[in-house]
Ligand binder design. Sequence first.
Ligand code: ADP
Ligand code: MG
Ligand code: MG
Length: 207
Amino acid sequence: MTDSNKVLEIIKQISEQIQMEKDFLTELDNVIGDGDHGINMARGFKEVEKKLADFSGKDIGSILKAVGMTLVSTVGGASGPLYGTAFMKAGAAVGAKNEMDGGDFLNAMDAAIEGIKMRGKAHEGEKTMLDALIPAYNAIKKTYEENNDFKAAISQGVEAAEKGVEYTKTIIATKGRASYLGERSIGHQDPGATSSCLMLKVIQRSL
Ligand code: ADP
Ligand code: MG
Ligand code: MG
């Protein structure tokens, strides 16, 4: 599916996309949170981008762990520790490999989701990033297991993530700042689910 260099390239593209959608992510967070999700993500990934040159030549596990540590240490707010944990767990799951296949990707994504659940004490249906990531994971796994075609699988994953983002409009937030709004959080999409979907789209495009 991809090697270390490609992983670095994808991370750079994720950062660029986040910088591009910074204002949009922030607007979404303005409505149901404190209006900083885009700012937080853009700051964290700018720091990641600065370190990409140092990551070059490292194995995929080390790269993902370093991304996670950078996000934890540079992003204030809930999303830093959550995405940071996700990348660190993903890195630990991949380990010292220089190439990964669809099965490795699924293991990494599963570990990332478990990390977010643990760190955020959250589960599906609480209007968080998990509402994009979990359906995406399930769709990727199902399609990949059916035909061993990762491109087809990630396309299904992106579709499921987009539906997940739409679904977050229909539910009440019970975790994070949006939960302070209770029922008034209904009708608005979750910023974190949106940024998760964005990352999956970049992966899809890059393959
Ligand atoms: P903060 O809410 O601290 O300002 P951000 O605005 O950067 O942080 O991130 C908000 C996003 O983080 C939410 O849209 C949601 O997807 C996610 N989130 C918040 N709390 C949790 C949690 N406990 N578990 C999972 N995701 C969460
Ligand atoms: Mg916020
Ligand atoms: Mg904040």
